[in-house]
Design a protein around this ligand. Sequence first.
Ligand code: SF4
Length: 332
Amino acid sequence: TVPIIETRHLKKVFTVTSGLFSGDRHIHAVDDVSIAIREQEVFALVGESGCGKTTLGRVLLRLEEKSGGTVRFRGNDIHDLSESDLRGLRKTMQIIFQDPYASLNPRLRVRSILAEPLVAHGYGNRAQIDARVGELLRLVGLRDDVRRYYPHQFSGGQRQRIGIARALAMNPEFVVCDEAVSALDVSIQAQILNLLKDLQDRLKLTYLFITHDLSVVRHIADRVCVMFLGKTVELGATDDIFKHPRHPYTRFLISAVPVADPHRRNRERMILQGDIPSPMNLPAGCRFHTRCPYAQAICRREDPPLAASAGRWVACHFPLPAEAIHATGQTT
Ligand code: SF4
């Protein structure tokens, strides 16, 4: 299948000016990332905070300019578009944020919040806009009369439903969900994830799910890309990766996901030693080597390439053998 959106060797570097004598420093937030998101899939980007996943999402939507490489949406380089073409593209690509309260204008009623993108894109006259606002509220499971209320009059889950309705106003094809359920209680999280899944089926949406929470990924994603300090370290089908993580960092993240049986968790929990490298001062070789229990001499010298094997991409000199992952390494 042709990807809906694709990056090739994408880079984003931030320059930090750090005083008169030390000179500028560079943060390689996204460092040579190539991914291809397929039509109508849920593609998850995971990793700890600072791994570059949010920056990657923002560069994909051109909310941030790239430093190198390409981003193609349906074959068109989005960093090459004119302002008017970009405006057209904005309708088809949307973002849902973590904190709906911060992203909804507190002084506007729901009707105005939902009407704003419709007016900006010249959707139609007042009656048509009112009808569309009603449709959007129904779509996200809210009553029609809530259009009269202000954001503070809603619960966190309801506010996120309004955020989703606003993102869907112009019928997008591709939606970035940036930690979209992270601020919600677990029971509300499940409701919003089910709503997003249902909307995906009904509206034929493609999602990029950015999250640090692997239980969310397991619930919703078809494929996962694990990032560490700006690089992809593992990419593959969700079920496959959860059953058999092959990169030590993926294994660490999965081992930290709470499970119902506390004995199982204790047995499989992976503990990392060593320092987390500074993104401004990356170690030579594999970026994970200061924390990796499997590191050997070559890991300190050579950066492992992202290599394909059996439908999986892994960047590690010594990928974990699928059948032995629970028997090796440092566990408690
Ligand atoms: Fe660990 Fe070496 Fe693999 Fe890096 S390349 S993850 S240090 S084993």
